[in-house]
Write a protein that binds this ligand. Structure first.
Ligand SMILES: [Zn+2]
Length: 169
């Protein structure tokens, strides 16, 4: 039966993989490989693999390190920008929702005033009376002054807050 193992096989394999074969190995080992079928197979196969590895390494094109660094910087900057943009967008959405809610609440609170103002305008137009105009306007302002001030404040403050939030990015 043909032997399947040889005690010198690891030594021969190491010599081939370290590119010592056949120039830098001992003469007895060379003589053994010439006589041993297993070791001559190892030399043939390992030599082919080693050549293929060398060819592959020669064909590999490694990009310039400066370019790799530059692309990594660009990518890091873009990712940082995206990460920083996310909370700003969330803050804008929350600010917009707050503004809409506040405006709705203010309109609901002032709708009675709004309707009475409409009625006052209608009565003024139908029966215009210059003497009655000033006292009724003053009375209206005194009655709903706080609401008018609050509405005006909301109308000026909310756009300002949204503008500041948008202007930060
Ligand atoms: Zn052998």
């Amino acid at each position: 039966m043909k032997p399947i193992e040889c005690e010198l096989e690891p030594e021969v394999l190491a010599a081939v993989l370290q590119s010592c074969w056949p120039g830098r190995v001992d003469a007895p080992l060379r003589a053994h490989v010439a006589a041993c079928a297993i070791c001559s197979d190892v030399v043939a196969i390992a030599g082919v693999f080693d050549d293929a590895r060398g060819e592959m390494r020669a064909r590999t094109v490694v990009p310039d390190s400066g370019r790799v660094w530059w692309l990594a910087q660009l990518r890091a900057r873009r990712e940082a920008g995206e990460a920083a943009g996310r909370p700003i967008t969330a803050a804008q959405v929350i600010a917009f929702a707050c503004a809409v809610g506040l405006l709705g609440a203010c309109f609901g609170a002032t709708s009675a005033w709004f309707q009475s103002a409409l009625r006052w305008i209608a009565s003024t137009v139908s029966g215009f009376d210059a003497k009655a105009l000033l006292p009724s306007a003053t009375a209206l302002l005194a009655e709903h002054g706080a609401l008018v001030l609050a509405t005006a404040a909301v109308l000026f403050l909310v756009p300002t807050a949204v503008y500041l939030a948008l202007g930060r990015d």
